[in-house]
Design a protein around this ligand. Structure first.
Ligand SMILES: Nc1nc2c(ncn2[C@@H]2O[C@H](COP(=O)(O)OP(=O)(O)OP(=O)(O)O)[C@@H](O)[C@H]2O)c(=O)[nH]1
Ligand SMILES: [Mg+2]
Length: 430
């Protein structure tokens, strides 16, 4: 894949802005700007300056204070940057006010707008494009009020690609029509995805999820011997891709590589990627891949865990997988799995854990059968593995393990239904 900005065009010059406070110390604010810088890089831009203001809460009118607005404008002009990216969501009013102060030459963009732009420039398949277009138009709609100058200056550059490119000719009504059309398109795509998924029914589905750049695709490639595009950039993967496990240990297991998560993922994006994210929601097991060498891994873990929770993935279905163990400084919490997807270290152990997790364990029942029914007692012993027997005077209590459908007429002797739940996490209804 061609790297945006790697062609002859000069990379757009960008100034970053963040806010630090007691709740968000300067060092953390700086780390967030490091990530914002990587997003700018992924969008094909070049960061030429940074600005962090200390304040208890964002200014409702201009996000940063009056003096800071002037200082940032000055810095942008001095560094020849036409784009200022904020590490937060800006209200449409804040964008208008900032640009009024700065004049025509400088544009303000927020983190969600930047993320949408990265997605727009990486989307390849029809499904990904449709999802990103929808998310972008939903993001733009409330921001169309008032000045169009803001949008025209972005067209074609960072923050102005994808669906946004045509937006200049669009009025709100047309955008709404387009949103409705995209929704219908997505529904169709979703149906065909469901058909494909149903074809996989009966197989165990393991989704590979986690923060962007954690190494999901590299792990997917290792487990399936595929060669999906993996790269040291944010949101290299936008389309979920599935393939069978390569080793005999993984027979019957389908792995699905998925789009990464990031702090402050725009809600419109999450909503639009619903069908892609359904691959995670419906999986039997979710491998939560973590970059064990990342300095921000605790926060990355929290962000990804929150998204998984929002999707309705219960903790029992999640296996944390600490990746990049070959890197210096990588660490794994005691008792959890550490691997290196790129060298392959630890992947056999991981395969064993996956195998153990997906192998259906037998159901367990307690039967209480009167001694007078010797046939039923004999049948239970023959058809099931008996875990233990206990004399109850008039009857015999048997703890057995096996498949529920083999119970047949013995089901009338089942005692405690509560103890009869299968040990394995049940496959969710599709
Ligand atoms: N040293 C080291 N690098 C790794 C390992 N696994 C992945 N990487 C690198 O980390 C970068 C990101 O890997 P990907 O597999 O693309 O990560 P991803 O989670 O799929 O990222 P997105 O799709 O962009 O969200 C690439 O440069 C990989 O080569 C590992 O075990 N060790
Ligand atoms: Mg990937």
């Amino acid at each position: 894949m061609k790297r945006p900005g790697s062609n002859a065009l000069p990379r757009q010059r960008v100034v970053l802005v963040g806010v630090s406070s007691r709740a968000l110390p300067r060092s953390v604010a700086e780390e967030h700007l490091d990530e914002l810088e990587r997003l700018v890089d992924s969008a094909g831009g070049q960061v030429v300056g940074r600005f962090v203001q200390e304040r208890s809460s964002p200014d409702p009118a201009t996000y940063v204070g009056r003096g800071a607005v002037e200082a940032i404008g000055e810095q942008a002009r001095r560094d020849d940057a036409a784009l200022v990216v904020f590490d937060d969501e800006l209200t449409p009013g804040q964008v208008r006010n900032l640009e009024k102060r700065w004049g025509e030459a400088i544009t303000a963009l927020d983190r969600p707008g930047l993320i949408l732009d990265v997605f727009a420039s990486h989307a390849r398949t029809r499904e990904a494009r449709t999802q990103v277009d929808l998310a972008q138009l939903q993001y733009l709609l409330p921001r169309l009020a008032g000045r169009y100058g803001h949008l025209s200056r972005l067209a074609g550059g960072i923050g102005g690609r994808g669906a946004g490119e045509q937006k200049l000719e669009l009025d709100r009504r047309k955008i709404r029509d387009r949103i409705a059309r995209l929704r219908r398109d997505l529904e169709k795509i979703e149906t065909s995805r469901q058909v494909r998924r149903r074809a996989r029914a009966g197989r165990v589905q393991v989704a590979i999820a986690g923060y962007t750049n954690a190494g999901k695709t590299t792990l997917f490639n290792r487990l399936t011997r595929e060669s999906a595009y993996a790269a040291d950039r944010l949101f290299a993967t936008l389309d979920s891709k599935s393939a069978r496990g390569a080793s005999p240990r993984l027979s019957g297991v389908v792995f699905v590589d998925t789009v990464g998560f990031v702090r402050k993922l725009p809600p419109s994006l999450v909503a639009s990627f619903r069908s892609t994210l359904a691959e995670i929601r419906d999986a039997d097991v979710v491998l939560h891949v973590l970059d064990a060498a990342s300095l921000r891994v605790d926060e990355e873990r929290r962000v990804a865990a929150d998204v998984l929770e929002d999707l309705g993935v219960e903790a029992q279905r999640i296996i944390p997988v600490w990746n990049k163990m070959d890197l210096p400084g990588a660490r794994v919490p005691r008792g959890e799995i550490g691997i290196s997807a790129s060298t392959g270290a630890g992947s056999e152990a991981l395969e064993r854990v996956i195998r153990a997790r997906v192998r259906p364990e037998p159901d367990r029942f307690t039967l209480d059968i009167p001694y007078s029914n010797a046939r039923a007692i004999a049948e239970s012993r023959a058809a099931f593995r008996v875990l233990d027997e206990e004399d109850q005077g008039e009857s015999l209590r048997l703890r057995i393990a096996g498949e529920r459908r083999n119970l047949g007429s013995l089901s009338r002797f089942v005692e405690d239904e509560a103890a009869s739940e299968p040990a394995r996490v049940r496959r969710r209804a599709r």
